[in-house]
Design a protein around this ligand. Structure first.
Ligand code: NAD
Length: 476
């Protein structure tokens, strides 16, 4: 049994405990019980983190690719060795089933190993010039990065936020969600244990608005990397713009799923229903608006509801749990508001639509159909265990519905028609499109959105590139 660790910040290699600082109570969402008290940074803590990051950048930008690769590979090995412990902590903090948390550990392992290779392939180029002259294009690390990661992937988000800057030769100050701090600290600790110099990566927590204003107000920080809601992302992008800092923004989505009438309905349901309820729907690429062609609509709704009803909801640490609680009390409140509004406006509730029990933050897997476009849930990212199923007739109408919202993160389409596959893939405005597939990520694959879902990508070579700036040296 993993004991929940004593919480701290890590600044300049030092474990900073609460002392007389303000604290935040971290709770287990399956029970509502307190797990620990998290120290929140004051201005002096943040200044120390900035000072360390400035020194860390000077050290790490001069590291060899082999040193960076060694640290990333070492951290990957340590995370794999500690996988059960890290996954249990993530489940205790966030609620997701243990097996899902373990997948997150292995995603980090894969990503760090990929970045270890990628940082040894950061080439420049030499331009053609007359004899006696030389022009060289080089890529340099952007500088100290301020990274903000949310609670829904307590291990995977910090892994992305730390891995890319470290591969690129930057230093980084990570403020991960106050609700899931021990998971983030576990990822950073693996890097430090693998030999990352203590100045290169810091973990702070605090009042989010205070921390982001302080860090982004400092000229030491040269890049903002944020994952979270569109509304917060827009605020942070404005703060970054004041100093023209680089940005990578991974924001919200409202995943459309086009299901055409030429598919094997049962096969689509067998894939899409578990994908919908993964992490209780608290996933930025969660499939949300099911845009179903009319001839198969009734069968699709019946099959969806039938499968949703069988999902075993419980504490993520129980072996048979398929869906855990929601991560915090704000989410079931949001579900009540959004689902209540949808039903009041004429949507049909097939299953779910209620909290489960009076302990923790559980909400039942929910299926809604025929929800009018005016309903809030048709426009606001639900971020919860609710599927919205609506009937449509023609291809153009279905594509128009997919593109109706300003979000563009992940979209999915199911059709056996190969010409239609290509048209849909091209016409949907989205950073990632899954055609007859929900496998839209991977260490080697850029992950990111367009429009209100943000810009820039994490993972893949693009993840490292996003932490580099270009310099050209002309020698005459
Ligand atoms: P929120 O928008 O307040 O917080 C989202 C994340 O941003 C949290 O980790 C929070 O600590 C951080 N944050 C908030 N204000 C910040 C600030 N000023 N500076 C820096 N970081 C800040 O709300 P929430 O209740 O935690 O989540 C609500 C919504 O956020 C969800 O409905 C969903 O739309 C979105 N969300 C998206 C993702 C994602 O992966 N893109 C993850 C979590 C939440």
């Amino acid at each position: 049994m993993t004991d929940y660790p004593k919480l701290c910040m890590i600044i300049d290699g030092e474990r900073v405990e609460a002392g007389d600082r303000r604290t935040f109570t971290v709770r287990n969402p399956a029970t509502g019980d307190a797990l620990g008290e998290l120290p929140l940074a004051d201005a002096a803590d943040l200044d120390r983190a900035l000072d360390a990051a400035a020194r860390g950048f000077l050290i790490w930008r001069d590291s060899t690719p082999q040193q960076r690769a060694g640290v990333l590979q070492g951290a990957a090995r340590l995370m794999a060795e500690r996988a059960d412990e890290l996954a249990r902590i993530a489940t205790m903090e966030e609620g997701k089933p243990f097996a899902e948390a373990r997948v997150e550990v292995m995603m980090n392992v894969g990503l760090f190993n990929f970045y270890a290779g990628e940082c040894q392939r950061l080439y420049g180029r030499t331009l053609v010039r007359p004899a006696g002259q030389r022009s060289t294009v080089t890529h340099e690390p952007v500088g100290p990065v301020a990274a903000f990661s949310p609670w829904n992937f307590p291990l995977g988000n910090p892994g992305r936020k730390l891995g890319a800057p470290i591969a690129a030769g930057c230093s980084v100050i990570l403020k991960s969600a106050e609700e899931t701090p021990a998971s983030a600290l576990g990822v950073l600790q693996a890097l430090l244990d693998a030999g990352l110099p203590k100045e290169v990566a810091q973990a702070v927590f605090g009042v989010p608005d205070e921390v982001s204003r302080h860090l982004l107000g400092s000229p030491i920080i040269r890049k903002l990397s944020f994952t979270g809601s569109t509304i917060v992302g827009k605020q942070l992008a404005k703060l970054a713009a004041d100093d023209m800092k680089r940005t990578t923004m991974e924001l919200g989505g409202h995943g459309p799923v086009l299901v055409f009438d030429d598919v094997d309905v049962d096969r689509v349901l067998d894939v899409m229903v578990p994908t919908k309820y993964r992490n209780a729907g608290q996933v930025c690429v969660s499939p949300t608006r099911f845009i179903v062609q009319e001839p198969i609509f009734e069968r699709f709704v019946a099959g969806f509801a039938e499968r949703a009803k069988t999902i075993k909801v419980g504490d993520g640490l129980n072996a048979d749990t398929q869906m855990g609680p929601m991560a915090n009390p704000r989410r079931p409140d949001a579900m009540e508001r959004l689902i209540g509004d949808a039903v009041a406006k004429g949507g049909i509730l097939h299953t779910g639509g209620e909290r489960i029990g009076n302990q923790g933050y559980f909400y039942a897997p929910t299926v809604l159909s025929e929800v009018p476009v005016e309903a809030e849930i048709m426009n606001e990212e639900p971020f919860g265990p609710v599927a919205i199923l609506n009937p449509f007739s023609g291809d153009e109408e279905m594509i128009a519905e997919a593109n109706r919202l300003p979000y563009g993160l992940a979209a999915y389409a199911w059709t056996a028609d190969s010409r239609r596959q290509k048209i849909v893939a091209r016409e949907i405005e989205s950073g990632m499109v899954g055609i007859n597939s929900v496998m839209i990520g991977g260490a080697d694959s850029p992950f990111g959105g367009v429009r209100w879902s943000g810009h820039g990508a994490e993972d893949g070579p693009e993840g490292v590139q996003a932490c580099l700036v270009t310099k050209v040296i002309h020698e005459g």
